[in-house]
Design a protein around this ligand. Structure first.
Ligand SMILES: NC(=O)C1=CN([C@@H]2O[C@H](COP(=O)(O)OP(=O)(O)OC[C@H]3O[C@@H](n4cnc5c(N)ncnc54)[C@H](O)[C@@H]3O)[C@@H](O)[C@H]2O)C=CC1
Ligand SMILES: O=C(O)CCC(=O)C(=O)O
Length: 447
């Protein structure tokens, strides 16, 4: 990072947030692109916008006690990092996974600022979660955990203040328990306080599908820009959760074929194309593994007990599982096998070395800030419907999502061009996301 001013900001972030490696990585990835912005807009640098953006407006860490099914007390740690409210109420998901600690929540919250800004909608940036592991827990245990988590968190939330949603380990079941407890504690049916709700209690059509669908809409924009399409293309998707499943569905709808997906135990290769009904039955209904899918599917499907998935040859790769899952070795395999596009469905799944390698090899790379923005954008559409006490059809909502992904794609390309890096989606996303939030911060004064 050659720009002195940016290096100083980065060094300060590392010194003030020791041990939070994922947060350092996320900050560095943004700062690396901001040299031309600082040169062009000295006023933003003088207002210390960058330093202020790297310091969350508020960080909440709390104890979450709950009782398991045997009546034994259990203890977890809860987090909510409210990073920036310059553009609107804090907005971003909750992650329940044993790996969650402050550094993970801060990297996710930091990325969320720029992603949310890129959507063009009125949403600030935040993220939260807990080191609670829902795997193997009964519904009753998950409910008690969620109720305890919300018992503390509710005092920090509100439809105009902070609006969480799901992320890894938090789906509609958890959002339901959280919303139920919020309603009980506040005695308010405040639909706009959480997104990702069920359709009978204030949810939006397409929110469940939105991140995966939006990702595929974004890749479709990339392919169309060079006169191509998904028709007949082989696609590899890592993960088999919410984002992965809906990305697979939309790829199939657009004429592509997803031939592999994974979970934390390994991956399945199915050259005939993943059978989505079977995958969803195994993963969502029975909470099983992709190895069960391979066994039940039979035929050409095979399970490989290894990780990661990137040795499977494909035209398009969509990392949709977790951070830093695609490293330099994986990038080398993808590029060597002729992959043309890598687009991030997960948040920061590609390491900096892997991104460098992909770009040097001529692979088009789309960062999650832009490519997976469809989820949070549709959350904002859910908030719009809640505020108007309205419900939209699936077709209308999906059309809006596609329009938003089109404009995120345009914003990335136009910004990259303007700032001297034509065709560079990383520069376009980072600069485009930064400019909108920086402009608002400058207008709001030193707050
Ligand atoms: N749900 C949403 O709307 C959005 C999610 N994302 C990101 O997409 C990614 C996936 O999220 P969801 O699909 O919602 O979660 P999920 O909980 O539905 O699925 C996560 C998937 O990733 C795999 N996975 C998780 N941690 C892993 C690890 N340490 N090693 C190997 N595999 C692992 C799981 O096996 C599962 O298949 C995350 O990075 C999340 O932050 C990004 C934007 C929005
Ligand atoms: O819908 C939301 O508010 C959150 C989505 C999210 O967590 C993300 O974009 O990573």
């Amino acid at each position: 990072m050659p720009h002195g001013r940016l290096t100083a900001v980065y060094d300060e972030v590392v010194a003030r947030n020791p041990g939070e490696e994922e947060f350092h990585q996320a900050v560095r990835e943004v700062l690396e692109n901001l040299g031309p912005v600082v040169d062009k807009h000295a006023d933003l640098a003088d207002a210390e916008i960058l330093r202020r953006l790297c310091e969350p407006e508020r960080q909440i860490i709390f104890r979450v006690p709950w009782a398991d099914d045997d009546g034994r007390p259990q203890l977890n740690r809860g987090f909510r990092v409210e990073f920036s409210s310059a553009l609107g109420p804090y907005k971003g998901g909750l992650r329940f996974h044993p790996s969650v600690y402050l550094g993970i929540v801060k990297f996710l919250g930091f990325e969320q600022i720029f992603k949310n800004s890129l959507t063009g909608l009125a949403i600030g940036g935040a993220k939260g979660g807990s080191d609670f592991d829902p795997k193997g827990r009964s519904d009753a245990e998950v409910m008690r955990f969620c109720q305890s988590f919300m018992t503390e968190l509710h005092r920090h939330l509100g439809e105009h203040t902070d609006v969480p949603a799901g992320d890894t380990g938090v789906g509609q079941r958890e959002i339901g328990y959280l919303f139920g407890q919020y309603k009980r504690l506040t005695n308010r049916y405040e639909s706009g306080v959480l997104t990702g709700k069920g359709l009978t209690w204030g949810g939006s059509r397409v929110r469940t599908e939105a991140t995966g669908y939006g990702l595929v809409f974004f890749v479709d924009e990339i392919l169309r820009a060079s006169g191509n399409s998904f028709e007949g293309r082989k696609v590899v998707v890592s993960g088999s959760g919410n984002v992965a499943v809906h990305a697979i569905q939309k790829v199939h709808q657009l004429g592509g074929r997803v031939i592999a997906c994974s979970d934390s135990a390994g991956y399945v290769v199915d050259e005939d194309g993943i059978d989505l009904d079977l995958l969803r039955d195994v993963k969502e209904e029975r909470r099983g593994r992709v190895s069960d899918y391979a066994e039940e599917r039979g035929g050409n499907a095979r399970f490989v007990q290894d990780w990661p998935i990137w040795s499977v040859p494909c035209d398009v790769a969509l990392p949709c599982a977790t951070q830093n899952e695609l490293d330099e070795a994986g990038a080398k395999q993808l590029a060597g096998n002729g992959c043309g596009v890598v687009a991030e469905g997960a948040n920061m799944p590609t390491t900096p070395d892997a991104i460098r390698l992909l770009r040097e090899a001529g692979v088009t790379f789309a960062p999650g800030k832009a490519a997976n923005a469809g989820g949070v954008a549709t959350s904002a559409l859910e908030m719009q419907q809640n505020a108007a006490r309205d419900t939209w059809t699936f077709e209308h909502t999906e059309e809006k999502l596609a329009g938003i992904m089109h404009s995120v794609h345009e914003r990335c390309l136009e910004t990259a061009e303007e700032y001297g890096s034509p065709g560079d989606y990383v520069a376009g996303a980072n600069i485009g996301g930064f400019l909108r939030v920086a402009d608002a911060m400058a207008a709001l004064g030193l707050v």
